[in-house]
Design a protein around this ligand. Structure first.
Ligand SMILES: [Zn+2]
Length: 213
C-alpha cells in the first residue's frame, strides 16, 4: 500500500453517475442478473490506472503486467449500493486482493484507505514482512491477505533488489556515488511495494529524500 491521491472524476462519470447508480439500485431490487456494471467503463478504468500508476491500491503490485486488474469498490457495493459508481469509492486492485476482500466490511474497523489514512499508523514493513500496528491494520492485512506467502515473497524480491543497489552505493567511492544515487532514484520511481522498499533503505541508513519518501 502506498499513499494515493484521488484524480479528477472522469467526464463519463460526472455525466452518468446518478443514472448509473439508480439503474444499479433498481436492478438489484428487481433481482436482475447480471447487474449492470458501469464502473468498468473504459474511461473510469483508464483514470484509475493513471491515478494508481496501475498498481494495486492494497498490495501495491504492478497490475497490468500480469492482468487487467479489477475496478474495485473500497466499500463493497453489496453493502453500499448507493456508492456503486461514487468516484471516491472506486480504485484499482489486483485479482488476489479483490477476491480476498470480496464483500467483507466492518464499519467499526474500516480498511486502511490509501487515499485518506496515514498508512504507517496502521501498517509497517520489516524486509518483505508486513506488520499491522493498529486494529484497522490487522483487519486490513488479514482480510485482504496482504501477509500471504506469495505477496511476502514478491516484497522480499523488491527489497533485495533495492538492497543490492544500496550496498553498491555504500561501497562506492565518492566519484561514482551520485551515479548510484540516480539508479536508486530511478528504482524508487518505478518500484512496486514501495512501503517495504523505503522501510528497508531507511533502516539501512540510506538518506531518502522527501520526494522519494
Ligand atoms: Zn493486490
Amino acid at each position: 500500500m502506498r499513499p494515493l491521491t484521488k484524480a479528477p472524476c472522469p467526464r463519463v462519470l460526472v455525466e452518468h453517475e446518478i443514472d448509473w447508480r439508480d439503474e444499479y439500485i433498481a436492478a438489484r431490487a428487481a433481482g436482475v442478473k447480471p447487474l449492470p456494471s458501469k464502473w468498468r467503463h473504459t474511461e473510469i478504468r483508464k483514470a484509475l490506472e493513471t491515478e494508481t500508476a496501475a498498481r494495486c491500491a492494497y498490495c501495491d503490485a504492478d497490475i497490468t503486467a500480469v492482468s487487467f486488474g479489477d475496478v474495485e469498490h473500497f466499500k463493497p457495493r453489496n453493502h453500499f449500493p448507493e456508492l456503486v459508481v461514487e468516484w471516491n469509492n472506486l480504485t484499482l486492485a489486483c485479482q488476489t486482493c479483490n477476491n480476498e476482500k470480496s464483500d467483507k466490511w466492518d464499519d467499526a474497523l474500516p480498511y486502511v484507505n490509501p487515499y485518506e489514512d496515514e498508512i504507517s499508523e496502521h501498517i509497517v514493513f520489516v524486509g518483505g514482512f508486513i506488520h499491522a500496528v493498529s486494529y484497522r491494520g490487522v483487519r486490513t492485512v488479514t482480510d485482504i491477505g496482504l501477509g500471504s506467502l506469495e505477496k511476502t515473497e514478491a516484497r522480499w524480491n523488491q527489497v533485495n533488489a533495492a538492497m543490492r543497489l544500496f550496498n553498491l552505493w555504500k561501497m562506492a567511492p565518492t566519484s561514482v556515488r551520485s551515479l548510484l544515487e540516480e539508479q536508486i532514484q530511478l528504482f524508487l520511481a518505478d518500484t512496486p511495494y514501495i512501503g517495504a522498499v523505503e522501510a528497508a533503505l531507511r533502516g539501512a541508513g540510506y538518506p531518502l529524500t522527501a520526494a522519494a519518501a
